[in-house]
Design a protein around this ligand. Structure first.
Ligand SMILES: C[S@@+](CC[C@H](N)C(=O)[O-])C[C@H]1O[C@@H](n2cnc3c(N)ncnc32)[C@H](O)[C@@H]1O
Length: 320
């Protein structure tokens, strides 16, 4: 397997031994295609009926509301619904964070690292396009992609801002009901053994660089969240430095003003079987017990490798 040796060694230390072979097998072939309907473009029932009428096969994904698995990717992409923007191709794991965040219509929501807008569009649909989603993106080209995607998905409640999300809290202190922090990461969950491009920029140094960026973003997200609000932190990587260690730093910094709470994922069924709790320790460091409430999603050919955590903010983090 052409994956970096250091990555494989780390994975052996991260995963339970009985899960290792199944996870390694997923790096050999691209995963199945998952998608969701875009109800702000056309009602979901109409889109699914249209796909059926065209002979495009799909089945609902158990445990993830509104997520479907396509039988044949090419047929899905050739469908009328895809051409009209009535459906959006999005990995099943990537559809989890918006469900954990559970935004309600009328709320003010911050999507701190938003492009290309897969989760922003999903949030807007969950909010029935009512309220406001501020969607931030630092990289100019990706910001324009985000804007185009929101237009295509009929998400008029989204205000796209180009800028550095790690600074937004300075002007938007405790201003949002919910915050999604889907941080940039070392993307280990997307590695493919026969595609060197997927691992090209990976290194221990990259992990450490990402960890610093992620901490600044999570800090900003917590500061921008109203007391009483909910935040979801997610990555598509296995590295504990970018996952549990970032959460542990938040707990150390903010104490009992924040709390990691149960992620709220199903406790039985295929999704539950594909996940494991956050790690208790890594590299000689023990994490606070509540970090175990985060969930690691292990890739299984449908779900890609992911990490999700839900944080409740109990009190203001602004110093008097
Ligand atoms: C994992 S991707 C987000 C994917 C997106 N949430 C989605 O579901 O489509 C992380 C994004 O954060 C952006 N980013 C990196 N640093 C940032 C920063 N300081 N502020 C805001 N966005 C940033 C990256 O350019 C990238 O588009």
């Amino acid at each position: 397997m052409a994956l970096p040796d250091l990555f494989l060694d780390r994975l052996r230390a991260i995963l339970p031994p009985e899960r290792l072979d199944a996870v390694l097998a997923t790096f050999e072939t691209p995963g199945a295609t998952a998608f969701r309907a875009c109800p702000l473009v056309a009602p979901e029932a109409e889109t699914m009926a249209e796909l059926k009428a065209e002979g495009v096969g799909f089945e609902p994904i158990e445990g993830i509301p509104g997520a479907y698995r396509a039988e044949d990717r090419a047929a899905l992409l050739a469908s009328g619904a895809y051409a009209r923007g009535a459906l959006y191709v999005q990995n099943a794991s990537s559809q989890l964070p918006p469900h954990l965040l559970a935004p309600e219509a009328g709320e003010r929501v911050l999507d701190l690292c938003a492009a290309p807008g897969s989760k922003t569009g999903q949030l807007a649909a969950m909010m029935e396009d009512r309220g406001e989603i501020v969607a931030m993106e630092k990289v100019r080209g990706r910001f324009y992609k985000l804007k185009a995607n929101m237009e295509a998905q009929g998400a008029t409640c989204v205000t796209a801002w180009q800028g550095d999300g790690s600074r937004v809290w300075q002007s938007e202190t405790e201003a949002f009901d919910r915050v999604l922090v889907d941080v940039p990461c070392s993307t280990e969950g997307r590695f493919l053994a026969d595609d060197p491009e997927t691992t090209r920029y990976w290194s221990k140094r990259k992990i450490n660089e990402m960890r610093r960026v992620q901490w600044r973003l999570l800090f900003s997200a917590i500061m921008a969240l109203k007391p009483g609000g909910t935040l979801v932190y997610s990555t598509c990587t296995f590295a504990p430095e970018e996952n549990e260690a970032v959460l542990a730093k938040a707990l150390k910094t903010f104490g009992d003003k924040i709390e990691i709470v149960d992620a709220g994922l199903p406790t039985s069924g295929p999704l539950a079987e594909a996940t494991m709790p956050g790690m208790a320790a890594w590299s000689g460091k023990t994490f606070p017990e509540s970090v175990r409430l985060a969930r690691r999603v292990l890739p299984d050919g449908l779900l890609e490798g992911f990490f999700v955590a839900r944080i409740a903010k109990h009190a203001s983090t602004v110093r008097a």
